[in-house]
Design a binder for this molecule. Structure first.
Ligand code: SAJ
Length: 427
């Protein structure tokens, strides 16, 4: 069988390679000729553990290639998976790329084709694409099959999770679900659950919304613990020893391409939602809280942000990845700049980004007045803080991720760290 995967980004490329590895003749499609050439030379356009090796393996075995000829490749495809971006627009889904890709696919495929949407979509989208196919005069379950099979893999473990996680597949009718399950069974080792398209869409969005709402609770607990001058990380650690409690971790903000977006897709058409938008608001306000803590700490020592050099540690959207999509660091940098601070950044995983200059460790901290730990990369644990302190103008740290405990020669504040008593630590 021939499979065509439209979109070779963070999800499309690993998925295409994994199908190819499981023996399916697979073609990945990208508009960008430069990207196509790179991929065909075995160069993955982004970093993901073991992706490069997998890509080279499937190119060598001739089971996979990349092309920009969407229409040509779709014309004799048995199955097409659509993995194009579905960004956020006005607290809802921007379906421009999805609709355009779907139109081009629909106009080029032959009868009997299976189309699967893997992109994360707002409820009802798969049926909408189904209607576009029906306008062609084609009958679902007879002339075409259409299903939603959301991805669930976490960046950094994509290859493993794509194969081993359980999957949920929902077709626009039972025949479509069956066809899609048949395809994914070739690659997925986890259990596959069959349902309808809207259920599958809501399942995917609920997963990330659960995480977002849970983190919002953790962030609110952080505020309560700052008020009571205790450590929220202790509170959560102890509470989670209860067999039915699993509170996530607070921090400087929620980023990435999923958690800040999917809750809005889920509530796009349901205007009565309450807890979901409030959670989004709480999580979106965490960069502001980070800056508020910095202002409070520096104020205590009569340092104005407008005179200060601030080093932001971590510009990726979360620990141990080099991806900066929707990173809370961007908001933190913007807010600090609004107050006149000179802001630089240190992130050993991100070479450059478009909102702040990323420097080596020494250049970033040299002459600085405060370090703001926005992201807690594991390598930060090896930092010799006392050596860093020697290079700083004034030794202030605002820890947004509970990376370090009390440091004797530093003045510190931290999200949810009401136990850090600034005044008493003053040197
Ligand atoms: N974060 C916290 N506190 C926590 C956990 C995370 O503040 O306790 C923050 C992170 O720092 C980051 C953001 O949340 O800024 C998102 O990180 P994440 O690790 O929760 O999720 P993603 O966006 O990397 O991947 C999620 C995953 N979803 C779930 O775990 C339910 C992944 O499995 C999905 O495939 C992915 O979204 C997606 O593509 O939807």
């Amino acid at each position: 069988m021939k499979l065509v995967v439209i979109g070779v980004g963070y999800i499309g490329l690993p998925a295409a390679c994994l199908f190819a590895k499981s023996g399916v003749d697979t073609v990945g499609i990208s508009r960008s000729k430069e990207k196509v050439n790179k991929i065909n030379q075995g160069i993955a356009p982004f970093e993901e553990p073991s992706l490069s090796e997998l890509l080279r393996e499937v190119l060598d075995s001739k089971k996979f290639e990349c092309s920009s000829d969407l229409e040509g490749e779709c014309s004799d495809a048995d199955a097409v998976i659509i993995c194009v971006p579905t960004p956020l627009k006005n607290k809802g889904m921007d379906d421009t790329a999805l609709v355009e890709a779907s139109e081009r696919v629909i106009n080029s495929v032959r009868k009997d084709v299976l189309i699967v949407i893997e992109s994360t979509v707002a409820p009802g989208t798969t049926y909408k694409i189904g209607d576009m196919l029906k306008e062609k005069g084609w009958e679902a379950g007879k002339d075409f099959y259409l299903a939603h099979c959301p991805e669930r893999a976490i960046p950094g473990r994509t290859i493993y999770e794509m194969v081993h996680n359980d999957r949920v597949i929902g077709g626009i009718n039972e025949e479509s679900t069956e066809k899609a399950v048949e395809l994914y069974s070739k690659m997925v080792k986890g259990e596959i659950f069959k349902t309808d398209a809207v259920t599958a869409e809501i399942v995917k969005l609920s997963e990330n919304t659960f995480r977002d709402v849970n983190i919002a609770l953790a962030n609110e607990l952080a505020m309560i613990c700052e008020f009571w001058k205790v450590n929220v990380y202790d509170v959560i650690r102890f509470a989670n020893r209860h067999p039915r409690v699993n509170i996530h971790l607070p921090g400087s903000g929620v980023g990435g391409h999923c958690l800040p977006i999917d809750p809005w897709f889920l509530t796009e058409q349901y205007s009565k939602a309450e807890i979901i938008p409030v959670s989004r608001k709480i999580n979106d306000s965490m960069p502001e809280h980070m800056v508020r803590l910095a202002v409070q700490l520096l104020d205590e020592y009569k340092i104005k942000l407008s005179d200060a050099k601030i080093a932001v540690f971590g510009v990726a959207y979360k620990k141990d990845v080099n991806d900066t999509r929707e990173t809370p660091a961007k908001k933190v940098v913007e807010l600090l700049r609004e107050r006149g601070a000179n802001v630089v950044a240190y992130d050993p995983l991100v070479k450059e980004c478009d909102f702040v200059e990323v420097m080596d460790l020494r250049s970033a901290v040299e002459g600085s007045d405060a370090i703001l730990i926005v992201i807690d990369h594991t390598s930060f644990k090896n930092i010799e803080w006392n050596e860093i302190g020697e290079m700083m103008r004034t030794r202030n740290i605002i820890d947004g991720r509970n990376l370090i405990d009390k440091l004797p020669n530093f003045r510190m504040k931290g999200i949810g760290r009401g136990d850090l008593k600034i005044k008493e630590e003053k040197k």
